[in-house]
Design a protein around this ligand. Structure first.
Ligand code: HEC
Ligand code: HEC
Ligand code: HEC
Ligand code: HEC
Ligand code: HEC
Ligand code: HEC
Ligand code: HEC
Length: 507
């Protein structure tokens, strides 16, 4: 019985794909091909859900075996579960027909169009400490002090995770590799994908073609229904608990399928561009949970849900703090852009004309890169902002940088205040250890104020990647509070030592 090896698949799938694509270019998609319908009927008895969504979709003209080689042998086998067809997660399997989306998805052009962020050619040469010089003190003892660089493009999602010098665990791979996100909680190639799975075991099962990009087309597109979807189980659980957008009651559908198109286009990105708890916490328990909350609600939630043990213990303070991940989605909620109807896709995946058709650019990058290409009349140029703005691209571009500079000035003051609050609290604790009387209640209050200041700055200024652009009003308000909390923390820590020294009997 002839078996098709990976190599043969790499030759044949593109060939079939090319033929199908050529036919479709010539006469439009053969959507209701009777041969495909007949084949689908043979699968339906055992796979009715897939067959149904396929029958109604733009993919209904594509035979199942086009994507699932050996499907025929599988179907006819005595025990179909012993002769499984091929399941292909590689972007290449879609790219044969969707060339434009495939090629733009893998674009990666080094450069920093603004003052912050950008796509570094060499991430090692762009540590985050360039923009945040006191960062390693403020997160002392956390893995991020070992290495934390400016991010690169989607072409390197998994590669940059593999190469980074930080502890890794299998749960992280939910946002780095599509097969892991898809099968999470189930068996995959003989390994059970749960928090306790070994990272190395999971990595070893990822197709080698996917080792750089990890996240494939099917992260956002259902291959059977040919429509947007989400597969991240952390996100699915968060939606089930709090809805698709907990901060917009009118739009807060309870299922992805019931969300409107704007919310769907936010949710596909929210599979990864959110704050989540992932990996071992201060108490060594391994978790994978989306908080699905704005920064103002985070501290309270983590105290209640995890007793504040979800992240790590600061090595100078000897107190637990929150270490946030990239909360682009949570910051975007309530922004003027969101309320005006924009989604992440509006600005980061503009529509462009290619071969006379309107298509979606899949180059996930700073919108300034699209604006610059538009101004230079280069291919892939776009000015998606024109949907809402009437000013010229030059004026709007300059205004983006101005907003970011103001946010940067505000965050620098908080950074300094956090550093001084750490010094004051650490000094009070040291004094206490050396026998100097210290007012414990005041010091405890100082620690809490520091925790509140810390999460606001670290989450919104450092971990969030737009330097405030996505929602400057919220960032200014929270940084303003953070500055006040950090200075109060510093003052109370000083008072805790002084007051207790003046009136030792009062304790
Ligand atoms: C008689 C029942 C039956 C029929 C008919 C059948 N399958 Fe299956 N299929 C199965 C079983 C059983 C499995 C294994 C499920 C599991 O392990 O969870 C499976 C698994 C699969 C998988 C997943 C393989 C993997 O590695 O996870 C694909 C893809 C698949 N079938 C496609 C098809 C297609 C396409 C057809 C029609 C051409 C078809 N099947 C017809 C029973 C069937
Ligand atoms: C455009 C390519 C494509 C076509 C056409 C296609 N599939 Fe799939 N199928 C996939 C991919 C990719 C997966 C991996 C799971 C996922 O991404 O949803 C998959 C997974 C499956 C699975 C396993 C799901 C699981 O959770 O283990 C079954 C069963 C299946 N397909 C059946 C079918 C049947 C039946 C048809 C035809 C009616 C079909 N597929 C047509 C791409 C395709
Ligand atoms: C053999 C060619 C072929 C392959 C392989 C293929 N597609 Fe398609 N796809 C088509 C055709 C034909 C259409 C319908 C015409 C169109 O909308 O451009 C389509 C439509 C789509 C659409 C748009 C649906 C809409 O409503 O506009 C999406 C999204 C899509 N495919 C995603 C994928 C993904 C993801 C994969 C890989 C798992 C894939 N396709 C593999 C041929 C293919
Ligand atoms: C991060 C999510 C994401 C990933 C990954 C992704 N897409 Fe898309 N794709 C989208 C969104 C969003 C749209 C626009 C859909 C809309 O406007 O309804 C889209 C649209 C499409 C369309 C419809 C035609 C068009 O250009 O508007 C096709 C076909 C498509 N994508 C194919 C692919 C292929 C092939 C890949 C992998 C190389 C891929 N996509 C990866 C989010 C994604
Ligand atoms: C599977 C997880 C995942 C999904 C889904 C995802 N992203 Fe990303 N994104 C990442 C990771 C991880 C990086 C950093 C990659 C690196 O450092 O190698 C990144 C980087 C980026 C960057 C910076 C690129 C650069 O060149 O600096 C932008 C912009 C971006 N994503 C936008 C989006 C948008 C918009 C969506 C939704 C349409 C989206 N992403 C969906 C994981 C994801
Ligand atoms: C109104 C337009 C707009 C919308 C909507 C938008 N962004 Fe952005 N985004 C920007 C701008 C402008 C920047 C700053 C780019 C720069 O500094 O080069 C940015 C920066 C980013 C970056 C960092 C890029 C880099 O170069 O490092 C990521 C990641 C990102 N956005 C993701 C998202 C996600 C996810 C969403 C949806 C929740 C979203 N954006 C919604 C305009 C937008
Ligand atoms: C869906 C509509 C929409 C889109 C698309 C949009 N914006 Fe806006 N933008 C707004 C609204 C609403 C305001 C607030 C206007 C006002 O207050 O009059 C705004 C304000 C701004 C401001 C001033 C911000 C401040 O805080 O001072 C800048 C800068 C800006 N937008 C840049 C952009 C850029 C760059 C893009 C494209 C990448 C873009 N916008 C796309 C709706 C949009």
């Amino acid at each position: 019985m002839p078996r098709c090896s990976t190599l043969c698949l790499m030759l044949f799938v593109p060939l079939f794909g090319f033929l199908a694509w050529s036919a479709w270019q010539a006469q439009g998609p053969a959507l209701d091909n009777p041969g495909v319908g007949a084949e689908r009927e043979t699968c339906s008895p055992c796979h009715s859900d897939f067959a149904e969504s396929h029958a109604e979709s733009a993919h209904r003209g594509l035979s199942c075996s086009l994507c699932h080689a050996r499907a025929d042998e599988h179907r006819k086998a005595q025990d179909p579960s012993k002769v499984l067809p091929v399941v292909d997660f590689r972007a290449e399997s879609c790219g044969v027909c969707h060339r434009f989306q495939y090629e733009t998805y893998f674009m990666s052009e080094a450069g920093t169009p603004g003052q912050f962020g950008g796509t570094p050619a060499d991430p090692q040469a762009h540590p985050k400490t360039k923009d945040f010089p006191l960062y390693n003190k403020i997160v002392a003892g956390h893995g991020f002090t070992k290495e934390y660089n400016e991010d690169r493009s989607h072409k390197f999602i998994l590669r940059d995770h593999i190469d980074v010098k930080r502890p890794k665990n299998a749960a992280c791979l939910n946002c780095k590799a599509t097969p892991v996100a898809y099968y999470w909680g189930r068996q995959w190639k003989g390994v059970t994908l749960v928090e306790s799975a070994k990272w190395e075991d999971v990595i070893a099962r990822i197709p080698k073609e996917m080792l750089d990009y990890g996240a494939s087309c099917t992260q956002c597109h259902d291959p059977h229904g040919a429509r947007l979807r989400v597969i991240n189980k952390g996100l699915e659980a968060a939606i089930a608990e709090r809805g698709v957008n907990p901060y917009w009651p009118e739009k807060n559908a309870r299922r992805f399928e019931d969300a409107d198109s704007q919310q769907k286009a936010i949710l596909v990105c929210a599979q990864c561009h959110v704050e989540y708890v992932c990996g071992p916490g201060a108490d060594k328990q391994v978790r994978f949970v989306f908080s699905w909350r704005k920064v103002r609600d985070l501290d309270d939630y983590y105290r209640k849900a995890f007793n504040y043990q979800q992240d790590w213990v600061h090595s100078l303070l000897n107190e637990p703090l929150i270490k946030s991940q990239h909360p682009e989605t949570e910051l975007f909620w309530e922004s003027k852009y969101e309320r005006a109807g924009a989604s992440c896709v509006t600005c980061h995946m503009p529509k462009v004309t290619f071969n006379g058709r309107q298509v979606t650019s899949h180059w996930l990058v700073s919108p300034l890169r699209y604006i610059d290409r538009h101004l230079n009349q280069q291919s892939l140029g776009a000015f998606p902002c024109a949907q809402c703005h009437t000013v010229t691209p030059e004026v709007l571009r300059a205004q983006v940088l101005r907003v970011q500079q103001h946010v940067n000035a505000a965050q620098q003051r908080v950074q300094q205040a956090l550093s001084e609050s750490i010094d004051a609290i650490a000094a009070a604790k040291q004094a206490s250890q050396q026998g100097t009387p210290v007012d414990g209640a005041l010091l405890q209050r100082a620690v809490q104020l520091h925790q509140w200041a810390h999460v606001r700055w670290e989450n919104l200024a450092v971990s969030e990647n737009s330097m405030g652009f996505h929602n400057p009003e919220e960032v200014f308000r929270e940084l303003n509070e953070a500055l006040d909390y950090a200075r109060q923390a510093q003052m109370l820590a000083l008072q805790a030592t002084n007051r207790a020294a003046r009136a030792p009997t009062a304790r």
